[in-house]
Write a protein that binds this ligand. Structure first.
Ligand code: NOJ
Length: 560
């Protein structure tokens, strides 16, 4: 790193995070399911790419109703993924290469197969109110009108206990009752247990849902979801976070990434910073191509809205706090298909999006396969694996669709399965992911888009990621530089300036297929502009003259 004036350094600000979705990363034993030994085999690959932190999606004992986000035992490894020894080995192999590991912490809910829930449903006094149990008005009339994020009511009736229980996600994911001190004790103890094993932090699943309004009253419907004013940022949320900090995180040099639903930048300032989370995964920019009806309503990318949201987060968290930068993860369709072009300009647009991600202020998160420009897939109904998508199809067929073909465009554009197709290592059968039958279909394009091919091609998306990772490591300005939006009204280009001390970068990203002309003279003055990185061949430019960008072109000029 270059020496920067007065920056508040943290290792997790300078890091690049790589997200491993274990089920789909690398299968070492041929059962069709990715596993921890499979990740160990690829640790050198991660090292070569140059990432610093691995975020591992849940690998704990689970009936897998939601691919591990339904945890049956927090202190175990699911046998399909391996053993605790395998996990210890992974941690060691990463640490040996100066990489860190953050684990997924899912404590808004457990699996209904967790012993706490099993005991609770049986009426065991000690576990009686570990969850939210309520009498319904009648057997088929839920206690309130809240909806589940996965569609339908957030309540299911349990015959054994003769009551309803709350689940903001699948019915196999009952919500924990955080008002109960014993629940908090158990969670904090478990967190300390993992921290003492030497992990480097947590990514905390939907963590701003843990507090619910007392009495669980009816709520209003907003954007296809009912009741959120009673479970998003609930009344005791700050107290729970404070307790969590004091009892687990305080004094430890760890990275904490809070996934938060419906949080905006202003609200985020209350959650990040000293004694708060390192950064938040928010969803605001994931709505720039959706209609009012939520994630399944498709719309064109609204670049103006993207600029507004990104700029708001960049500016609001500039002084205190930090941004988590992401365009892809296991819950989102592939960014190149969504915000770029996965046809003619796949390579260019994947590189443009990478440039965008790596030149904002914050910590970039790369989701497995993003570094080779993996794309969305086609989905026949029987190929769907994701519980959310399954529910959506069922509800659509019930309510408005004549056949699956009516729902198909939504599934193909938005289903989480798009992110979960196996990592494409080679053009071999099953993309080199498994020697058995993969649990989910392999993207047909693996013969063209795969790690082996990307390694061999100096112009590949993969090599471009390498270059960006190196640049970010070499130059503090990428990490700590101030952000300023330029050309706010330009309809095709997202442009901004980063400055740190005497250094200055100018970033221009063309988000569309057109070839807009751009006048950057007022920003460059009479300084020489050095083209630091770009996704097309281009010479250093005299920015006194207007330039013309090519489809999905991105350029980073150094004006220092
Ligand atoms: C957010 C996770 O990222 C997602 O995969 C999961 O389904 C829900 N939380 C419920 O845990």
């Amino acid at each position: 790193m270059t020496d920067a004036p007065d920056v508040d350094r943290e290792w997790w600000k300078e890091a690049v995070v790589y997200q491993v979705y274990p089920r789909s990363f690398n299968d070492s034993d041929g059962d069709g399911i990715g596993d921890i030994p499979g990740i160990v085999e690829k640790v050198d690959y991660l090292d070569e790419l140059g990432v610093d932190v691995v975020w591992l999606n849940p690998v704990y004992e689970s009936p897998m109703a939601d691919n591990g986000y339904d945890i049956a035992d927090y202190q175990s490894i699911h046998p399909e993924f391996g053993t605790m020894d395998d996990w210890e080995r992974l941690l060691q192999e990463l640490h040996d290469r100066d990489m860190r590991l953050i684990m997924d912490l899912v404590v808004n809910h457990t699996s209904d197969e967790h012993e706490w829930f099993v005991n609770s449903r049986e009426g065991d006094e000690q576990y009686d109110d570990y969850y939210h149990w309520q009498q319904g008005d009648a057997e088929d009339d839920a206690p309130n009108n809240w909806s589940s994020f996965f569609g339908g009511s957030a309540w299911s009736y349990d015959d054994e206990r003769g009551e309803y229980y709350l689940h903001l996600f699948d019915e196999k994911q009952p919500d924990l009752n955080w008002r109960n001190e014993d629940v908090r004790d158990e969670v904090f103890e478990m967190m300390n247990w993992w921290l003492e094993k030497g992990i480097d932090g947590f990514r905390m699943d939907v963590v701003n849902l843990i507090s619910k309004t007392e009495g669980l009253p009816d709520g209003a419907e907003v954007g296809g979801l009912t009741g959120e004013e009673h479970f998003v940022d609930g009344p005791n949320i700050e107290q729970y976070f404070e307790e969590m900090y004091e009892r687990t995180l305080e004094g430890r040099d760890v990275m904490t990434v809070g996934e938060m639903i419906n949080v905006d930048a202003d609200r985020a300032t209350e959650y990040v910073g000293e004694e708060g989370f390192s950064m938040l995964i928010h969803f605001e920019h994931m709505g720039v191509d959706t209609g009012d009806g939520g994630k399944w309503t498709l719309a064109d990318l609204d670049l103006g809205e993207l600029k507004r949201i990104i700029t708001d987060w960049q500016e609001t968290l500039a002084e205190e706090g930090w941004n988590c930068l992401y365009l892809s993860n296991h819950d989102q369709p592939r960014a190149v298909s969504r915000f770029g072009d996965d046809g003619e300009y796949r390579r260019e647009s994947a590189k443009m999006l990478a440039t965008f991600l790596f030149t904002l202020q914050g910590t970039p998160f790369v989701f497995q396969g993003q570094e080779i420009g993996m794309t969305n897939a086609d989905w026949d109904r029987q190929e769907i694996r994701d519980v959310e998508a399954e529910n959506h199809v069922d509800i659509a067929l019930d309510e408005w669709a004549d056949s699956y073909e009516d729902v198909r465009p939504q599934i193909e554009a938005r289903s989480r399965d798009n992110a979960r197709t196996p990592m494409q290592w080679s053009a071999d059968e099953n993309a080199g992911f498994s020697e058995g039958d993969p649990w989910i279909k392999v993207n047909e394009r693996h013969d063209e888009i795969n790690v082996e091919a990307a390694h061999e091609d100096a112009e590949s998306v993969w090599h471009f990621y390498r270059e960006l990772i190196d640049l970010r490591e070499d130059r503090d300005i990428f990490v700590y530089g101030d952000y300023e939006l330029l050309l706010p009204d330009h309809s095709e280009v997202f442009a901004y300036r980063r400055t740190l001390g005497d250094e200055e970068l100018l970033v221009v990203c063309n988000f569309f297929e057109g070839e807009p002309e751009l006048d950057l003279s007022e920003f460059a003055g009479d300084r020489e502009a050095d083209l630091l990185v770009g996704n097309y061949d281009a010479d250093d430019e005299n920015l006194a003259e207007p330039i013309r960008l090519r489809p999905y072109e991105a350029r980073v000029y150094d004006l220092s």
